[in-house]
Structure formats: structure tokens, C-alpha cells
Design a protein around this ligand. Structure first.
Ligand SMILES: NC(=O)c1ccc[n+]([C@@H]2O[C@H](COP(=O)([O-])OP(=O)(O)OC[C@H]3O[C@@H](n4cnc5c(N)ncnc54)[C@H](O)[C@@H]3O)[C@@H](O)[C@H]2O)c1
Length: 323
């Protein structure tokens, strides 16, 4: 699908961060864009802002963790626009888990993270793909995963990483099954980065459903300055990727038909290579200096959280892994 003008794009988690930037990029290319999000006020503001820039953008309040809600989004899109060519299953949350070890992790954190980060993507696939296939037009499903879990692992965020690795596997299976049936549809998996994309995901608790409350005290979400300070304390640099940069390389990847629209990053490449080579060499994970210096980051974050009541946050350790 190289020609995007006039085609229809749906982006979940479209009110903020990467989703909003994807919506803006697609609108700039002349696509008709439907943004779906659970946070109505943010969604309304984003739709208004993108319309003010001349985009053909609308919003639809959707909870991706609820299949009925995603199915009604799909019905709305097909009825209003007559087609969907590009589906971005992008909504995602993090659970401020990095001060808790896996064996102390709580059931509701797992349930919420899986509901949004894994079921949310599957719900999108099940609600949209049958109708997209039936209509027989070229199209693409882009599922947002994370380099954390999807490609390599940050050991302090296993809940988040496990849900994101599920998305990588699911998307690879989707790609292969679409090939198997010779569909005109294709799939891609998006890994926002290569550095931390400092968006509202650190404040994901704002959208936490009441029926899955936290079962442990939460820290205040970390700020960019916290991340920078922890990183510098551990003797590492600190870089940020903007959501617009992610949207740009995702957009180029979509037009080029890439399964992995990955940005250039020697550091990320080196970590992926190390992981794969480790498996081939039958080596156990963790035999690297990185794990030792991560101890310093975790200790720094924990001390800081005791002093200031801030948690390390979902991807805080990314600043360490993504120098
Ligand atoms: N920020 C990063 O460094 C980073 C890195 C790798 C991957 N990601 C992934 O990128 C995606 C976007 O993250 P972001 O950084 O833009 O975060 P963000 O919080 O700015 O945006 C996520 C959006 O998803 C929405 N959302 C949350 N729960 C929802 C639900 N149940 N139904 C519908 N919408 C819901 C939120 O309201 C928000 O608008 C996520 O899937 C995240 O896992 C982010």
C-alpha cells in the first residue's frame, strides 16, 4: 500500500503520544483518520487540534480491552468511511512495576496490562481483519509492541515486557497467516524508540479501570528529569525520541511495506544481536556488565522513590538500556 491519500486509517490510543503523532502524520498525508481512545477529554482535544491543522480527523471513544467496544469502533469506521485500510493497534499502558519483583507482583497489574496491551491488540485484529479481508482491498495492520519485551528485555518491568512480547509473536503469526491465504492485507510490528519516548505512558494510571485497582502503593510517576538524573547517576547518557520521530519512521515503513519499521540504532542492533547470539551459543541471559550497572539504576531509583515518593515507572530503566 504505497498510495495513502484518501485511504482510511484507524489508530487506537490516538489521543496522546505515539498514537496522536501517527494520526497527525497520516492526516498530513491526506488520509481520513479515526482516532480511538478511552480518555474522552484528551481525545476531543487531539481531534480538535488536528482538525485545526486541516486534517480529516474524527474521534471515537473506545476501550480496547473490551471486544464489544472495539467491534462498535469497527462498525462505525466501515459505516462512516466505507473501508479501513490501515489499522494501528497502538493503545498501551504501564503499571509502575519496577520497584516490585516478579514474585511480589500483583494479579490486578497483570490483568490490566494484559487486558490493554495484549487483548487490546487481539481485539483490534478480531474486530477489523475479517471485514478488511472481505472487502479485498490492500491494507495493513500495524501493532505497537515495545523494544522492551518485543526485542530485548528490561528485567525490572516483566509485566509490561511480557505483554509486549505477546504482541510481537501475535503480529508475526498474523503476517504469516495473511501470507498463507495470499491476502492483500499485510502486518507490521512497531517498536517506538530507539530511546525512551517520553509520553503519558508514565501516567497510565489515569485510565486504570476501577474494577482492577492497584493492590500495592504506587509511586508518583517519574518525570523526564528523574529519568535523566537516574541515568546520569549510573554514568550513562540520556536521549529521548519524540513521538513525531516514531510516526515518521512508522509512516515510511508502512509505505515501504516493512514488517519491522525499525529506526536506525547501532545500540539496539547490538542488543538484538547479543540476544540472538546468546541463544545460539546456549548461553544463559544476563552475563553482561549491563546487569551490574542496572543494579545501580534500580538502587538509585529506589532510593529516590523513598525520598521523593516517585517510582521508577514503566520504562524508566529504558534510559539505562537505551543510552
Ligand atoms: N513511551 C515509550 O517509551 C514507549 C516505548 C515502547 C513502546 N511504547 C508503546 O507505544 C504505545 C503508545 O504509548 P505512548 O508512549 O504514546 O503512551 P501514551 O500514554 O501517551 O498514549 C497511550 C494512549 O493509549 C490510551 N489508552 C490507554 N488505555 C486504553 C484503553 N483501554 N483503550 C483505549 N485507549 C487506551 C491512553 O488514553 C493514551 O491516549 C503503547 O502501546 C506503548 O506500550 C511506548
Amino acid at each position: 500500500m504505497t498510495e495513502l491519500e484518501g485511504r482510511v486509517a484507524v489508530v487506537t490510543g490516538g489521543a496522546s503520544g505515539v498514537g496522536r503523532a501517527l494520526g497527525a502524520r497520516f492526516a498530513r498525508a491526506g488520509m481520513r483518520v479515526v482516532l480511538a481512545d478511552v480518555e474522552k477529554s484528551a481525545l476531543d482535544a487531539t481531534v480538535a487540534a488536528l482538525r485545526a491543522q486541516g486534517g480529516d480527523v474524527s474521534g471515537f471513544v473506545t476501550d480496547v480491552s473490551d471486544f464489544a467496544s472495539v467491534a462498535s469502533l469497527a462498525r462505525h469506521c466501515f459505516e462512516t468511511h466505507g473501508a479501513v485500510h490501515l489499522l494501528c493497534n497502538n493503545a498501551g499502558i504501564g503499571t509502575d512495576e519496577s520497584r516490585t519483583m516478579l514474585w511480589d507482583s500483583t494479579e490486578n497489574d497483570w490483568k490490566w496490562a494484559f487486558a490493554v496491551n495484549a487483548w487490546g491488540v487481539l481485539n483490534g485484529v478480531r474486530a477489523f481483519v475479517p471485514e478488511m479481508l472481505k472487502r479485498g482491498e490492500p491494507g495493513r495492520v500495524v501493532n505497537t509492541s515495545s523494544g522492551n519485551g518485543g526485542l530485548v528485555l528490561i528485567p525490572t518491568t516483566p509485566v509490561y515486557a511480557t505483554t509486549r512480547s505477546a504482541v510481537s509473536t501475535l503480529t508475526e503469526a498474523l503476517h504469516l497467516q495473511l501470507k498463507l491465504v495470499r491476502a492483500k492485507l499485510e502486518a507490521s510490528v512497531l517498536y517506538p524508540g530507539p530511546h525512551v519516548v517520553a509520553m503519558n505512558i508514565f501516567n497510565a494510571a489515569r485510565n486504570r479501570p476501577a474494577e482492577l485497582p492497584p493492590e500495592r502503593p504506587l509511586g508518583k510517576p517519574p518525570t523526564l528529569d528523574d529519568l535523566r538524573a537516574w541515568s546520569e547517576k549510573a554514568g550513562r547518557g540520556f536521549k529521548v525520541t519524540t513521538p513525531e520521530e516514531v510516526a515518521d519512521y512508522a509512516f515510511d515503513g508502512i509505505r515501504a511495506g516493512r514488517f519491522y519499521p525499525l529506526p536506525e540504532s547501532a545500540d539496539m542492533d547490538q542488543r538484538i544481536r547479543a540476544r540472538v547470539e546468546g541463544v545460539l551459543a546456549r548461553r544463559r541471559p544476563g552475563a553482561s556488565a549491563r546487569l551490574n550497572s542496572l543494579r545501580g539504576v534500580v538502587r538509585g531509583g529506589a532510593e529516590d522513590s523513598l525520598r521523593h515518593g516517585r517510582g521508577l515507572g514503566v520504562d524508566a530503566a529504558l534510559v539505562h538500556f537505551r543510552a
